[in-house]
Design a binder for this molecule. Structure first.
Ligand code: HDE
Length: 704
């Protein structure tokens, strides 16, 4: 150990660079290049703690000879590397995870004993993982897909996992159907594609044979599955749960997360292009927001109702294909979640976190939703093969932050070294071993169960179309057009005509005009017959809370503005727009043909944050184009600049232009409307940037 010294307080060994030996003097010189960070580096060792003298050369018999088997350093390093990957999640493999806290703002003491829901002002640490469902871990961030919204609350009474989605309903009513649903949406097994897409035959074949999925189909064909940012999605616990109070009384509850930034989605053509521009679009957006101190926040709300109230609902709340409209049971806001800390290590935390809907705390219990009941089994089971050991709860990201212990023992990778001879309960040999706590421990709700056992679906689960219709009719005209067009897009990728026709048949139960629009978009020669419906379609009151546009916030907070410049641009105008955008809460990026920046009209350099070819306008919510005559002339011959403005226009964004900017718009054949604003009128630009120019859409694309 002559090459090291030991720091006095941490016990960490640090490297004495002066005596680091290198067998090859040239590499030694190269090695120095890596030392630019400076500082006191801890010493590099094997996993057994042996200091490494050389991490660049394996042990060889001579300079041109074979590598020796005795090189334990090489073998250890490569062996560990060979096992770096673990099985990815069968669903929800691709995700972004962030630490934060939950704070209760209103007590539910009347309904539950759970301290996390009764101790107002208490901050509970959380780890939240937001995922796509269908793609693999290396797939892109922006497919058309549901987003998983899983929150682990490290409460004082144990971990509570609320493992939900950004859509309040699900495809199926019974857990036994889940493997088929997922096999249908995943890559087709013979060809191994498509990755992370619903637009293919097996998905729509399965859906067309599963009428209960129609409500969910409306949600996934809406822009809800194309979020602008993970900070701008809602979250839902989906199933009904129970709250139990100190008298043992049970109340049903649905859980909701509502983003402080409001809801915002992208539009399909934009999504497709974002996917090419930045495959990590959502992960990067979250990372940047946290790094900038713009911590995303959600309100936590509940819908509370009794069995008697549920009996009067025109649907069965235990059916996960149904939601409870806010107009029927209002949301009560009881807390907030703030995500404020990016994990230290993606693998150790985001990848190894193990959620389970079965992780609940005293005062909370399950309902009899048959989908939830199946999930209670599935999650622990999947962790056993994914994380490889029944001790996965000991990983730091999974371990409760309250004291925990029991008589479970051993198993792969047991990290605990429990002392003493007692590994059972009850025992009389130990004064310190953990014991039951009948008063404060977990008690299940005392619910009487009677009836005949069987493979049964309740009759109250038979209505598959009423809420799908309600959802569609609750949307604005723009959103309805996006749903119809998404159906046309997806079904146009389906090769089998009978599957396309079967889907349009279902749509006739939802809304006749929707079916007609989709049939026309697919050029079907006649409207297919609707299948027999198991229950009559009920007319339900539209619920505006189901819209996205209605929930978009009138703010630039959380949004991004891009300013395209070139040599000769007017620095004062750029500054004015930048300031107005930042004052309105936006982040601003200067985009120039070269990343080093461009010369302003006064000859000074303005640094760019993005190079034009790699920073298209799809990465912004609104853009400004500030160009000199010369700059406009040059960019008019530049494809990336033409696309920059044409896409911004096509994606219904506000565009601020000066004279040079107008020249570029003209070259790109971009028209003029209320969303194209003079760059001097920053007020009008900021107002237009806060929304999309929905009226423009009919002039730029054919929608179904
Ligand atoms: Fe999941 N689901 N799921 N799911 N689910 C998994 O668990 C499963 C369902 C959800 O960020 C898996 O740890 C079954 C509904 C999220 O790690 C697996 C059924 C909802 C996540 C599993 C469902 C969800 C998962 C895969 C039908 C919304 C990601 C890896 C009964 C309420 C959690 C894992 C994370 C993950 C099974 C249906 C949400 C295989 C059997 C409904 C957010 O156990």
């Amino acid at each position: 150990m002559s090459n090291e010294k030991t720091t006095s307080n941490s016990g960490k060994r640090t490297q004495d660079k002066s005596s680091a030996p290198y067998s090859d003097p040239q590499l030694a010189a190269g090695g120095e290049l890596h030392q630019i960070a400076g500082g006191e580096h801890p010493i590099l060792t094997t996993n057994q703690g042996v200091a490494l003298a050389d991490n660049q050369n394996s042990l060889r018999a001579n300079p041109h000879g074979p590598t020796l088997l005795e090189d334990f350093i090489l073998r250890e390093k490569i062996t560990h590397f060979d096992h770096e990957r673990i099985p990815e999640r069968i669903v929800h493999a691709r995700a972004t995870g962030v630490h934060g806290f939950f704070e209760l703002t209103a007590s539910l003491q009347q309904y539950t004993t759970a301290r996390i829901l009764t101790e107002v002002g208490e901050k509970t640490p959380v780890f939240t993982r937001i995922s796509t469902v269908a793609g693999g871990a290396g797939s892109v961030d922006t497919p058309r897909d549901v987003r998983g919204f899983a929150v682990k609350f490290y409460t004082k009474e144990g971990n509570w996992d609320l493992v939900g989605n950004n859509v309040p309903v699900f495809f199926i009513q019974d857990a036994i159907k889940f493997p088929d649903l997922i096999h249908a949406v995943k890559m087709e097994p013979d060809r191994g594609f498509p990755q992370s897409a619903t637009a293919h035959d097996t998905f729509w074949d399965y859906i067309s044979l599963t009428p209960e999925s129609m409500h969910m189909v409306m949600w996934i064909m809406s822009d809800r599955t194309l979020p602008r940012s993970l900070r701008m999605i809602e979250g839902f616990g989906v199933h009904s749960f129970r709250l139990i109070n100190d008298a043992g009384k049970s109340t049903f509850v649905k859980f909701h997360w509502r983003p402080k930034l409001g809801l915002q989605s992208t539009i399909w053509d934009e999504t497709v292009k974002i996917c090419g521009a930045d495959q990590d679009y959502h992960r990067r957006d979250m990372f940047d927001a946290i790094a900038a101190g713009n911590f995303p926040e959600w309100e936590f709300a509940v819908q509370l109702f009794t069995q008697e109230e549920a009996d009067k609902f025109p649907f069965d709340h235990l059916d996960a294909t149904k939601l409870i409209p806010e107009e029927l049971v209002p949301l009560k806001v009881i807390g907030r979640m703030v995500l404020d800390r990016w994990p230290n290590n993606f693998f150790a935390e985001t990848e190894q976190v193990a959620y389970c809907p079965g992780n609940i705390v005293p005062g909370i219990d399950f309902s009899n939703d048959p989908l939830l009941q199946g999930r209670l089994f599935s999650y622990i089971d999947t962790q056993l093969s994914r994380l490889g050991s029944p001790n996965f709860h000991q990983l730091p990201i999974n371990a409760p932050k309250c004291p925990f212990g029991n008589q479970q023992r051993d198993g792969h990778m047991q990290m605990e070294q429990t002392a003493g001879r007692v590994a059972y309960e009850p025992n009389s040999l130990s004064d310190t071993s953990p014991r039951e706590s009948p008063a404060t421990g977990f008690h299940s709700a005392t619910i009487p169960e009677t009836g005949e056992k069987g493979r049964i679906r309740a009759e109250s689960f038979a209505d598959h179309y009423s809420q799908a219709r309600q959802f569609y009719l609750s949307q604005t005209g723009y959103e309805q057009a996006h749903i119809a067009s998404a159906l046309v897009f997806e079904l146009s990728k389906v090769e089998h005509l009978h599957v396309r026709e079967a889907m349009v048949g279902h749509l006739r139960h939802i809304e006749e005009n929707l079916a007609k629009r989709v049939a026309a978009g697919l050029a079907l020669d006649k409207l297919p017959d609707a299948p027999a419906a198991a229950a009559p379609v009920k007319e339900m009151k539209p619920s505006p809370a189901l819209q996205i546009i209605g929930k978009m916030k009138d703010t630039l907070a959380g949004r991004a503005i891009g300013i395209l410049i070139a040599d000769g641009s007017d620095g004062a105008v750029i500054e004015k727009i930048k300031k107005a955008a930042i004052d309105a809460g936006a982040t601003v990026k200067i985009v120039a043909p070269k990343v080093g920046g461009a010369k302003r009209a006064d000859g000074s350099m303005l640094a760019a944050e993005g190079q034009l070819a790699g920073t298209p306008s799809v990465l912004f919510d609104a853009v400004a184009v500030i160009l000199s005559d010369e700059g406009a002339k040059e960019l008019s011959l530049e494809c990336a600049a033409i696309d920059f403005v044409r896409d911004a226009f096509g994606h219904l964004k506000a565009i601020a232009v000066d004279k040079g900017g107008q020249t570029l718009l003209k070259a790109a054949n971009v028209g003029r409307d209320a969303g194209i604003v003079d760059s001097n009128n920053t007020g009008a630009f900021i107002a237009a940037a806060k929304t999309r120019q929905w009226e423009r859409e009919k002039s730029v694309r054919t929608l179904a």
